[in-house]
Write a protein that binds this ligand. Structure first.
Ligand code: FES
Length: 98
């Protein structure tokens, strides 16, 4: 069993950092604990669009085709822009509102 812990940080907010085990779903983890709001938790409503900055970019999986399509639909196609509910945590992350 790994004892690695990842830290989620919300710069420019009063929200305290959140820690988790590798592979944790970001949306489930930070729902109600940071500045990002959630709706469907299934990648279809776009409520959770956020800017996500990984400590190690190689450990943040690329968005799926469906995630890219939804971000494009909302005109949010920036490099750091993601659906927070579709992200699995495998590195420390900074979360910013859009
Ligand atoms: S909560 Fe609906 S797309 Fe993430």
């Amino acid at each position: 069993m790994s004892d690695t812990v990842h830290r989620i940080h919300f710069p420019a907010t009063d929200a305290p950092d959140v820690t988790c085990a590798p592979g944790t779903n970001l949306g489930t983890l930070i729902d109600g604990r940071g500045p990002i709001e959630f709706g469907c938790f299934s990648g279809v409503c776009g409520t959770c669009i956020a800017h996500i900055r990984p400590a190690d970019p190689q450990k943040l999986a690329e968005p799926s085709e469906a995630e890219r399509a939804l971000l494009a639909f909302f005109g949010e196609e920036g490099k750091e822009t993601r659906l927070a509910c579709r992200v699995r945590v495998h590195t420390d992350l900074e979360i910013h509102t859009v």
